[in-house]
Design a protein around this ligand. Structure first.
Ligand code: C2E
Ligand code: MG
Ligand code: MG
Ligand code: MG
Length: 282
């Protein structure tokens, strides 16, 4: 190969790849041990209804408290767990933990607690034929009504149709809601809404980031709330960090907002309504 004769750059590149592959394999092996050692945790981020500021739902997000590396981001280890297959077992544990916690909140807090919990499910989990049965068994084991569970999937996970699409129909038949996560960043977006059974559109943070300026993001965010309303879906805006963004989204018609402005993911979230003064309604 010609590239080989160029010497150093090619060797460096190869070494880097090896290092990355090695790192990947190491992380993969550590994930297995971490699950057994109880190093994973589930944290919960509020989803707030405007204008009253009530926490109507929470999203469950996994965390890995690594003894040496500290907190490892799910963005770093979920893809590795997907690749080595551990996501099936880890995902089942996350689902069980989240449903058990939600059932506990229902019992302890009643109507002052959240109405439902959202759980992220990766492509590989969804594509397994047994996934809807796992969900049904988890609901039965934890006593959580199906109406209290939303499964978040990405456009990419359902793009190929097949078993993933079948799974969504089966989940819906159980009474579970389906949310399309990071909506607007995948390949098919609007086309998917014709064929995929979905209840909730989670409009990606990238459209929220510059929402206070007149520009493309705002045009798209406005179009997405219209599509959502027209199709009878619920829209959730993700990644709301400021009062100004919340007000701009409210103006566009968004009523369900999620982001650091309302609350960071936490093991012990605060379900107090966000006071009206803190929820800027234009
Ligand atoms: P996601 O499902 O879109 O989750 C939203 C991510 O945005 C979370 O990051 C959350 O902490 C972060 N976020 C929320 N509000 C704000 C904000 O106002 N500003 C900023 N900068 N970020 C905000 P996190 O927890 O690091 O998760 C990243 C991604 O990893 C998730 O994106 C999801 O795709 C995946 N993930 C997390 N937990 C799980 C899980 O239990 N299972 C699976 N399969 N994937 C998960
Ligand atoms: Mg999500
Ligand atoms: Mg998201
Ligand atoms: Mg996102």
């Amino acid at each position: 190969h010609a590239a080989k004769q160029t010497g150093e750059p090619c060797r460096t590149w190869t070494a880097e790849l090896d290092e990355r592959a090695g790192e990947h394999a190491r992380l993969g092996a550590e994930l297995r041990a971490a699950l057994d050692a109880g190093q994973f945790q589930v944290v919960y981020q509020p989803i707030v209804r405007m204008p009253e500021g009530r926490v109507t739902a929470v999203e469950a997000l996994v965390r890995w408290q690594h003894p040496q590396r500290g907190m490892v981001s799910p963005a770093a280890f979920i893809p590795v767990a997907e690749q080595n297959g551990l996501i099936v077992e880890l995902g089942a544990w996350i689902l069980q933990t989240a449903c058990r916690q939600m059932a506990r909140w229902r019992a302890e807090l009643g109507p002052t607690g959240p109405d439902r919990i959202s759980v992220n499910v990766s492509a590989r989990q969804l594509a397994r034929a047994g996934f809807p049965a796992t969900v049904a068994a988890t609901l039965a084991a934890t006593g959580l009504p199906a109406q209290c569970l939303t499964i978040e999937v990405t456009e990419t996970a359902v793009f190929g149709g097949g078993q993933a699409l079948t799974a969504l129909h089966e989940l819906r038949a159980l009474g579970v809601r389906i949310a399309l996560d990071d909506f607007g960043t995948g390949h098919s977006s609007l086309g998917l809404l014709q064929t995929v059974p979905v209840d909730v559109l989670k409009v990606d943070k990238s459209f929220v980031d510059n929402i206070t300026e007149a520009g493309r993001h705002t045009v798209i965010a406005r179009a997405l709330i219209q599509v959502s309303e027209g199709l009878g879906l619920t829209a959730v805006a993700e990644g709301v960090e400021t009062a100004e963004q919340a007000a701009a989204l409210y103006d566009l018609g968004y009523r369900l907002l999620q982001g650091y402005y309302f609350g960071k993911p936490s093991a012990d979230p605060d379900f107090q309504p966000r006071p009206a003064a803190a929820v800027p309604v234009a």
